[in-house]
Design a protein around this ligand. Structure first.
Ligand code: BDR
Ligand code: CA
Length: 314
């Protein structure tokens, strides 16, 4: 199997943390070049610390972590402590990581890495606001043609929004960045709320992670148990959507997902619908398709895959 080379751009965040653990357990299929961090669920200082904490849980201090943008391109930062807790990683003990942050800015790392690698060999995987990716594309437009694909978690159409009636959190926080990415011409795969809401935690699914004979399985189970509380209270559902881990599952087994090649644009002007992703599902606008928009997942398959990944960790 050829390993996919990826840069994982993240704002940990409880579901980000589970996604990173799954990634670290997926070494056979994925060559993780680095984690790049962005402000989102919590501020940049915390997302950068949390990314390193997760690497240390998995005994992978060798994974380089680069800190990126502190705030969205044009707007003040909106965070989500009400979901992920003040630390961004509610539900598990936090420590001060020993592994250092890399000296370079994440945006420069993304640009330099894409320029140095053979064109079409690196996949970008943003699971937070798209600020770092947009800034890299703005700073160095030549990289667009060198990116193999961008596989991102963000957006919503059929499911409605989770941070406003119209918008999903990652796109809402930095809609101008989303507009840059959607207009970049890079092949895009979007995993929106429409699909992540099908991949929800449940007592038996969490129990299988907790039963793993290692440290990271129970840690993931503790995070998800804490993460569920918000959704159960807020939306009256029985579990929590595993938004960001869906990206990892898609990278490893795209056959678990289905979608359609469509046009997606983002609202940046209206305060009422800021960050809404307008999906031309029926092709009525005449605008060219720019996104593989994923709407269905085999949830049992995704959970089995993620649990297998966690099983490979210490
Ligand atoms: C997205 O928002 C964040 O809170 C999660 O980490 C995920 O990336 C879901 O809307
Ligand atoms: Ca995230």
């Amino acid at each position: 199997m050829t390993r996919l080379s990826i840069i994982f751009d993240t704002d940990p965040g409880q579901d980000d943390a589970v996604a990173i653990l799954a990634l670290l357990g997926a070494r056979d299929g994925i060559d993780l070049l680095s984690l790049t961090t962005v402000a989102g669920n919590v501020g940049l200082g915390l997302t950068s610390r949390n990314a390193r904490i997760v690497c240390e849980w998995a005994r992978r201090p060798d994974v380089p972590v680069y800190a990126g943008c502190e705030h969205p391109l044009l707007r003040p930062l909106v965070t989500a402590e009400q979901v992920h807790g003040k630390t961004g990683l509610d539900g598990v003990p936090i420590h001060e990581p020993n592994m250092p942050l890399q000296g370079k800015h994440a945006v420069d790392f993304i640009v330099d890495t894409l320029r140095e690698a053979a064109a079409g060999t690196i996949t970008l995987c943003p699971v937070g606001p798209l600020t770092n990716i947009a800034l890299a594309l703005r700073k160095a437009p030549d990289i667009a043609a060198r990116i193999k694909e961008i596989v991102l978690m963000g957006g919503a159409y059929f499911a409605g929004g989770n941070v406003s009636p119209a918008a999903e959190f990652n796109i809402f926080v930095d809609p101008e960045a989303a507009a840059v990415v959607l207009g970049s011409g890079v092949p895009l795969v979007m995993l929106p709320l429409d699909v992540t809401h099908q991949v929800c935690s449940s007592a038996p699914r969490i129990a299988r992670m907790r039963a793993l004979p290692n440290r990271c399985g129970p840690l993931a189970a503790d995070i998800l148990t804490s993460y569920e509380r918000h959704d159960v209270q807020r939306f009256g559902v029985h579990g929590s959507p595993l938004h960001d881990p869906c990206v990892v599952a898609y990278l490893l087994q795209p056959a678990l997902f289905t979608g359609r090649q469509v046009n997606v644009e983002v609202e940046t002007a209206s305060p009422l619908t800021r960050g809404a992703t307008v999906v031309d599902w029926w092709g009525i606008s005449g605008r060219p398709a720019n996104v593989q928009y994923i709407t269905k997942a085999d949830a049992d398959g995704v959970f089995a895959l993620l649990t297998d990944c966690l099983a490979k960790l210490p």
